[in-house]
Ligand binder design. Structure first.
Ligand code: PYC
Length: 320
C-alpha cells in the first residue's frame, strides 16, 4: 500500500490537489532545480501523476500540485503542477490554491512569499484578511491575428487569434461567434478542441516551438462587475472552471500590447461558470513584457490520504 497525503481546494471553482511530498508517499526527485525535478517526475513517475489526478481518485478537471522544498533559500516552496495528461508549465489558479493550502497548514503568514515553478519564480501575496494574489511570471504576446482554419460540425471555419505566453502558451480568440454560456460547454469544448488540433496540424506554435495547449475564447461578461467572460480549454480537454490565471495573464499581455490596458489598471475576468479573477499589470524590465498580478478566492475542500493498493488494477488511475 502506498499512502499519499493531499489537501484539496478550489480556486473560483477550479480544483487543485496539493500533494504533501514532505509527509512521505512520493519518491525523491533529487536535489536539482524545480525544472530538473519536473523532468525526473515526467520520465520516471508518470504513473503517480495519473494515480493522483485521474479517475477513480480524481477527474479530468483536477490540477495536481506537488509541493517540494525550494532550491532557492529565499523561496517558501517549489511546486510542479500536473493534470490528467501530463505536467503543466505553470498554473495561476493552482498557485492561489497552493497559497490557501500553505496558509491552512500555517506554513505562511500574511506577506509576500516566493514560490519556484519550472518556468520561473512567482510571488504569493497573502493579506491579513486571507485574500490572495499572485504575481506571475513575465507574460507577453508572441504573435497577433494569426489565422487558423478548421473543420467543425461539418463546415470549414476560419478565425484569427493571438498567441501569448502567461506561464503556458495560449491561442486567444475574440471573433468566434459562439455563445459563452454553461449550456454550451460541450459545444465550446468541441469547438476549441478543433482549433487546437488545427494549430498542431498547421505547425503553429509559441516561441521556440512551444506547444499551444490552451485555447481561450472571449465574449461579453454576464456580470456587471466584469470586463469580459472567457472559456478556456485545458491541455487534457477539460475546461477551466476558473478564469485561468495563466490565461488571464496572457490576455492582459495582449490588451497591453494593443494599448487597451495600462499599468495599474484593473482587468476583471469572468469565467464560464461566473466566477472572477481581478488582474493588474506592471511593466517588466524587458520591453514588450508585463508582470501580471491575479487575485481570486480559494477554499479548502478536503484533507485526506490517497491509498494505492497493490492489488488494485486501477491503482495508477485510468489513463486516457
Ligand atoms: O489557472 O493558470 C491556470 C490554469 C491552467 C490550467 C488550469 N488552470
Amino acid at each position: 500500500m502506498l499512502r499519499i497525503p493531499i489537501i484539496d481546494s478550489h480556486t473560483e471553482g477550479e480544483p487543485t490537489r496539493v500533494v504533501l511530498a514532505s509527509r512521505g508517499g512520493f519518491p525523491d526527485l533529487g536535489a536539482g532545480t524545480v525544472a530538473e525535478r519536473a523532468r525526473v517526475f515526467r520520465e520516471r513517475f508518470d504513473h503517480l501523476r495519473s494515480a493522483i489526478v485521474n479517475e477513480p481518485r480524481g477527474h479530468d478537471a483536477i490540477v495536481g500540485a506537488l509541493l517540494l522544498p525550494p532550491a532557492n533559500p529565499r523561496a517558501v516552496a517549489a511546486v510542479i503542477f500536473f493534470n490528467n495528461v501530463g505536467l503543466l508549465n505553470a498554473c495561476g489558479h493552482g498557485t492561489i490554491g497552493l497559497a490557501a493550502t500553505l496558509a491552512h497548514l500555517n506554513q505562511i503568514t500574511p506577506g509576500s512569499h516566493l514560490v519556484e515553478t519550472p518556468v520561473g519564480e512567482v510571488t504569493i501575496q497573502l493579506s491579513p484578511s486571507g485574500d490572495i494574489s499572485i504575481e506571475n511570471v513575465p507574460s507577453y504576446r508572441h504573435a497577433h491575428a494569426v489565422p487558423v482554419e478548421f473543420a467543425f460540425e461539418g463546415a470549414r471555419h476560419r478565425v484569427t487569434g493571438d498567441i501569448a505566453w502567461g506561464g503556458n502558451w495560449f491561442f486567444l480568440v475574440n471573433n468566434h461567434g459562439q455563445e459563452l454560456a454553461i449550456p454550451n460547454i460541450d459545444r465550446l469544448t468541441a469547438y476549441t478542441w478543433s482549433i487546437r488540433r488545427a494549430l498542431t496540424h498547421a505547425g503553429i506554435t509559441g516561441k521556440d516551438n512551444g506547444e499551444i495547449d490552451h485555447i481561450e475564447l472571449f465574449g461579453p461578461p454576464s456580470r456587471a462587475d466584469c470586463d469580459s467572460k472567457n472559456f478556456v480549454l485545458c491541455p487534457g480537454k477539460a475546461y477551466d472552471r476558473s478564469p485561468c490565471g495563466t490565461g488571464t495573464s496572457a490576455k492582459m499581455a495582449c490588451l497591453h500590447a494593443d494599448g487597451k490596458l495600462a499599468p495599474g489598471q484593473e482587468w476583471r475576468q469572468e469565467s464560464i461558470i461566473g466566477s472572477r479573477f481581478t488582474g493588474r499589470l506592471r511593466l517588466d524590465s524587458m520591453p514588450g513584457r508585463i508582470i501580471p498580478t491575479i487575485s481570486g478566492r480559494a477554499f479548502i475542500t478536503a484533507e485526506s490520504t490517497l491509498v494505492l493498493d497493490d492489488s488494485d488494477p486501477f491503482k495508477h488511475g485510468i489513463r486516457p
